[in-house]
Design a binder for this molecule. Structure first.
Ligand code: FMN
Length: 197
């Protein structure tokens, strides 16, 4: 039997957010009194999750920026929408806010060096240097990484502030895709995809 939303425990209340016509509706106020786990326990548990690795880029009046991001997800197919979560202190976050556009580039296993560079710790050279790879310009003006597995060129539809991060929901304006093996990340290291189960 389905449990009606009104019967949900109060400590889950802040989870109910609806997205309609690009507007954010908080169905219930956050329950400030509920306890959360410690940040270190949370980070340790998250290390076990396996994700893809992506470079989120933007360009425009606020400048050109890129950042390595694992927090990327499909949101909607009709219309096509995706989301990325970006630390609000990052210069890329402020630039996406102002440029109102971003592109998610899904990395292949051959692009580990680009991931390191845009995570701020390249093996050689300068961090966040677009010269580390070849790029083209997307329909909306953000950099597309050559030979990435896929790129999702987005206009910012909605921004949700969530703790230390901003969630950018993007309306997908254009895509590219290439057949290649994805770069993965788990347990604090990069991995390649193994055999089919
Ligand atoms: C595999 C990987 C995934 C990451 N995912 C995210 C993410 O989803 N969101 C985010 O804001 N930063 C993410 N980061 C962190 C940023 O890429 C970057 O390292 C961070 O902003 C610190 O940069 P700094 O060392 O120059 O200060 C990730 C880093 C790595 C290596």
């Amino acid at each position: 039997m389905n449990t009606p939303a009104s019967a949900a425990p109060a400590r889950f209340a802040s989870a109910f957010i609806t997205l309609r016509n690009n507007a954010v509706t908080r169905v219930a106020e956050p329950d400030e009194s509920s306890e959360t786990v410690g940040g270190d326990v949370f980070v340790q548990a998250m290390r076990g999750a396996a994700t893809g690795v992506n470079i989120v880029t933007t360009d425009g009046a606020a400048g050109r920026f890129g950042l390595t991001v694992s927090a990327f997800s499909s949101v909607s197919a009709e219309p096509p929408m995706v989301l990325v979560c970006i630390n609000s202190r990052s210069p890329a976050c402020k630039a996406i806010h102002r440029n109102r556009r971003f592109c998610v580039n899904v990395l292949s296993e051959a692009q580990r060096a680009v991931a390191d560079s845009f995570a701020g710790h390249p093996a050689t050279g300068r961090a966040y240097d677009f010269g580390v790879a070849s790029w083209t310009v997307s329909q909306t003006g953000s950099p597309i990484l050559d030979k990435s597995i896929a790129s999702f060129d987005c206009a910012v539809a909605t921004v949700i502030d969530a703790g230390s991060h901003s969630i950018f929901v993007g309306a997908v304006k254009d895509v590219t895709s290439n057949a290649a093996s994805p770069l993965l990340y788990t347990g604090g290291s990069y991995r390649r995809a193994g055999n089919k189960l």
